[in-house]
Write a protein that binds this ligand. Structure first.
Ligand SMILES: C[S@@+](CC[C@H](N)C(=O)[O-])C[C@H]1O[C@@H](n2cnc3c(N)ncnc32)[C@H](O)[C@@H]1O
Length: 277
């Protein structure tokens, strides 16, 4: 636990991390940690916080509904608009199986990468991260930066070279390590905002005409992110959290919810509410 607290305090993100103890489900808010009822609240929760998905909803709300409906180990929660996997992770924290559907390839890949938290060897992940950084630093010296005008507006030339070096090193040498590769991919994807000097609005948009005061170096940000993954993986394992959970590539209008029974507890933000069928 001490190691985890240390890792947490060394990490500096583009979002506020709660100073309180880490827990699987949100603890009572302190004076410092106000609740918004939205995805921001999840940034104090292990694994949820690996990628900031502004369209996500609060894990606490999911946990409350699971409690309210007295769900048990034989139940399956189904989220037909799974997004970045909040429902699945909140269900796993309670030992309940969960299934999701998500049409967007990129968002689904983020959700499924997060749901791999109970599979990797975190020490191997850290080793791969260092190896990738070493190779990227060599590559950066001969790396041509992209010429897109928008990218050049969003990133400093050195940042752009380093991000490109990370991406291309990953693609050429690190994309075939299965689970570990998915987490390395997620780490590169998750740092894009904090490495940009332009405004990154609450939603997924960039605001090229606004600037941020604090911009992170891609290598530092990547290492911090993988360290966060690693410490969260260790924490979750210590807590004995887990259950089966995945997000399938399916359209909510046509899916039958896979193994989720028809009377599953369903979550949706598309119509801004929870549905019990
Ligand atoms: C508001 S977000 C859900 C957020 C999620 N609960 C979370 O916390 O991360 C809605 C998601 O529904 C997905 N979506 C939209 N139409 C869909 C459809 N017909 N079938 C499945 N997913 C869909 C979108 O790509 C988006 O990621």
């Amino acid at each position: 636990m001490r190691a985890l607290r240390k890792a947490k305090s060394q990490i500096d993100f583009d979002f506020p991390l709660d100073d309180g103890p880490l827990a699987l489900v949100p603890l009572a808010p302190t004076k410092k940690s106000k609740r918004t009822g939205a995805f921001t609240d999840n940034m104090a929760l292990p694994v949820h916080r690996w990628f900031r998905y502004s369209a996500g909803f609060s894990a606490e709300w999911v946990a409350q509904l699971i409690d309210k409906h007295n769900l048990g180990k034989s139940d399956v929660v189904f989220d037909p608009f799974a997004g970045s996997g909040t429902t699945m992770l909140a269900a796993q924290a309670k030992g309940i199986n969960a299934q999701g559907a998500e049409t967007h390839y990129f968002v689904r890949r983020i959700a499924n990468a997060k749901l791999l938290w109970n599979r990797p060897d975190e020490h191997q992940l850290l080793d791969l991260c260092e190896l990738l950084l070493k190779k990227a630093a060599l590559r950066e010296k001969v790396q041509a930066a992209p010429t897109s005008a928008l990218l050049q507006k969003c990133y400093l030339p050195q940042t752009l070279r380093r991000l490109t070096a990370l991406r291309d090193t990953y693609t050429e040498n690190f994309s075939e390590f299965g689970i570990q590769s998915e987490l390395l991919w997620l780490a590169i994807t998750a740092i894009l905002r904090e490495c940009s000097g332009v405004g990154t609005a609450q939603w997924q948009y960039v605001l090229p005409n606004k600037t941020k005061s604090r911009v992170r170096d891609p290598y530092e940000a990547f290492r911090s992110r993988v360290q966060l993954f690693s410490s969260d993986i260790g924490f979750m394992r210590e807590q004995g959290a887990g259950s089966r959970a995945s997000v399938e590539a399916a359209d909510a209008r046509f899916t039958t919810g896979g193994e989720a029974p028809l009377d599953s507890l369903m979550f949706t933000t598309q119509c801004r509410g929870a549905l019990i069928t």
